[in-house]
Design a protein around this ligand. Structure first.
Ligand code: BG6
Length: 278
């Protein structure tokens, strides 16, 4: 285990077929690359990696709520991304590495809710987020795997998979049905798309297929120019280089768990050939 100058601890994974870096805080994967393929995740160069502060990039885990705390007390996007998760599983084969982390809420009205996050790293990346209710009451939660992808130039990125889906525009609260086959980006976007996968992202630096299970919502987010200035750990022109496509259970797709129940949400990101490759 290594740590940053500011004291945040992380696991560095070096395997003949892949490399990855996962912080204990938030069980946050900040780097993943399969051999011969481009880096899959984006992290801001302005990120200071400070204990207790959310890391801007990689795959923050928003849990057990997405967006503002429904009770109006806690931080945006839940408690999990600034807390230390425990490593409980580490396995390696000739072609893959598997790591599992867990986090449990012990205080507050959500005490008894726990999460496990399993990373399967190979020629692709798979994350499984299991939420369980070990309390004696019904609990509602929402979540998102808030993945930041490096797109080189957002103005040349294309995202397919939205056509025909209902969405809530979080900037205006309007509900609509998507008519575009491919989303292009030329202004701030912050939407919750309902329905299930797949999505395809194609950009100058990365093309990916995104498929999920147990998720009925996907957040598509880029802050563009004005909001970039208000974001923590974000350079003014960082919006040009990233796009978030967040596999979620959020908005109207938030979930209710009875005592003893669990919910499994998984996502697999697999590389597609770059559009300009032979
Ligand atoms: O700055 P934060 O808390 O990491 O949130 C970043 C963004 O996360 C997105 O998921 C939300 O849809 C945006 O509204 C939000 O601005």
């Amino acid at each position: 285990m290594a740590h940053t100058a500011s004291g945040l601890r992380y696991f560095e994974v070096q395997h003949p077929l892949l490399s990855a870096r996962i912080f204990e805080q938030g069980a946050q994967l900040v780097q993943f690359q399969s051999v011969g393929k481009p880096p899959m995740l984006w992290v801001s160069e302005a990120e200071p990696f400070k204990p207790g502060a959310a890391i801007r990039g990689g795959i923050p885990v928003c849990w057990p709520w997405f967006g503002p705390d429904p009770q109006g007390i806690g931080p945006a996007h839940g408690l999990a991304r600034t807390q230390t998760w425990q490593l409980y599983l580490a396995q390696q084969t000739d072609s893959s590495v598997c790591l599992g982390f867990r986090f449990q809420i012990t205080e507050s009205s959500m005490a008894g809710l726990g999460a496990e996050l399993v990373f399967e790293l190979s020629d692709r990346l798979r994350l499984t987020l299991i939420t369980h209710n070990r309390s004696e009451k019904r609990l509602t939660f929402s979540s998102a795997l808030h993945s930041y992808f490096p797109v080189g130039d957002i103005r040349q990125a294309l995202l397919s998979g939205a056509a025909g889906r209902q969405y809530t525009d979080s900037l205006s609260s309007a509900q609509s049905t998507e008519s575009e086959q491919q989303l292009v980006f030329d202004q701030e976007v912050d939407r919750i798309y309902y329905g299930s996968s797949p999505w395809q992202l194609c950009s100058p630096t990365l093309c990916l297929n995104i498929e999920s299970e147990g998720s009925g919502s996907t957040v598509v987010w880029n802050p563009w120019i004005e909001k970039s200035a208000r974001l923590s750990h974000f350079n003014p022109d960082d919006y040009l280089r990233m796009l978030c496509v967040e596999t979620a259970n959020c908005g109207a797709d938030s979930r209710l768990l009875e005592p003893g129940q669990q919910h499994v949400m998984a996502v697999e990101y697999s590389y597609l050939p770059l559009a300009n490759s032979p």
